[in-house]
Design a protein around this ligand. Sequence first.
Ligand code: ISL
Length: 534
Amino acid sequence: NPSSPGWWHDAVIYQVYPRSFADGNGDGMGDLAGIRSRLPYLRDLGVDAVWLSPFYASPQADGGYDVADYRAIDPMFGTLPDAEAVIADAHDLGLRIIVDIVPNHCSDQHEWFRRAVAEGPGSTARERFHFRKGRGRNGELPPNDWESIFGGPAWTRMPDGEWYLHLFAPEQPDFNWEHPAVQDEFRSILRFWLDLGVDGFRVDVAHGLVKAPGLPDMGHGEQLKLLGNQVLPFFDQDGVHAVYRAWRAVLEEYAGDRIAVAEAWAPTTARTALYVRPDELHQAFNFHYLNTSWDADRLREVIDESLDSMRPVGAPATWVLSNHDVVRHRTRLGGGLDRARAAALLMLALPGSAYLYQGEELGLPEVLDLPDEVRQDPSFFRANGQDGLRDGCRVPLPWSGDEPPYGFGAADPWLPQPADWAPLTVEAQTGDPDSTLELYRTALALRRTHPGLGAGDAVEWLDAPDGVLAFRRPGGLVCTANTAGAAVTLPERPGRRVLISSLSSLSSSPSSTPASSSLPASSPLSVSSPSPHD
Ligand code: ISL
């Protein structure tokens, strides 16, 4: 039906971080064969699409976000036929596949950068990147004061004296997006993957590609904030939108509703909305929501602001709690597993599209005690105010068994798994109605039987006591979340029944439980519906 909104308006999209999902060949590193073998698990979980973080040929200086060849699979992950098999199997199972595209920078081992290094100052090969002479008497100072997101200057000096720009690690040189060859190359890369059948792209650092003309100084020495109101000469420049208009035209060449989602850290939701105008990308991650604390007033404010900012451009709001760059929400929100479960149900009751990060459906916590010598993340940036590297959310998934590697693969996983994860495995949780995995399965099934849960672009707030969020969704479903530290008493809602609750005791006998009049302290969320006689 051409008049109904596309599949992506209310899709639940599951992020796979390939190194840590499942290891098919027993070398301790996740791979495409492992992903392929676990696709039925994702179908049974009930998600609509799978986003795969990079699996391209890469020296892995930044977990594959340093791409040496955008059209090749890294041997560590498999082969191009393996990728085709994942796409084909996913489609057979009714799952869509979204791949990561990394256009801001490549690897220093990319052919173009190697040529730029070899051909030296003044060569045309250098024009595809940002090479500059340094400041100071002998050019010994960086060309400007930009800082890398990972810390330190955003410039590295070549032995020949020129400097090149890298917003991330020195192994990740930034492309010069003013250069037509760069623009052409990425349109061609999009077509390569679209021809292979992918359903869309997650655009890495979508706000970074275009730099302010002349590369002016930032003007202050402040440490970069993950999400601030700073206007920076290398982020969220107006010129970036021409790139996405060109990409949208490529996506429209293909049948089947292919989409792109922007990883755009813009300073405001209004700026974020510019990336999802009708002729640009389809969705943008909502990092404002991710950064919101578990507080009813703040949540309500950010939910409204998110919906309000997307409404004028007609793009769906998105909701995300965890990804491979931030502390897992079970740990980040504080309040333990109960709060993590409530936050998940709240997210899945909101209109729009929700992103899950592998392992959150198991209630995995952040691994905080990884020894320094096993860590591999090049970043030192501060996530949500907490100092931390990003390895603790990338620990390989526990699938089965009583001890590491918990069915992840045959060998020692590339990051060690905690000794106490046996109760968190997929095997241990499957069939246990109180488990977090079954909570997610039930919630995702409810989104299918009650399509109103993900539909529309507004929520209808209901009066609620302090610390409680309550809203009505289409079909008369009411969602209630208690963010307060103590039990609250809710008005009686006769004739209603609880469809799902993050607190297992409330939903254990769904058909007979009256709508809760008392919502216990541990921040549960319930979704209730009118009874058939209501
Ligand atoms: O831009 C930022 C702050 O304003 C950063 O948060 C930045 O957008 C973010 O770190 C980008 O992350 C993505 O690109 C990185 C990679 O290390 C991450 O894993 C990826 O998600 C470089 O490719």
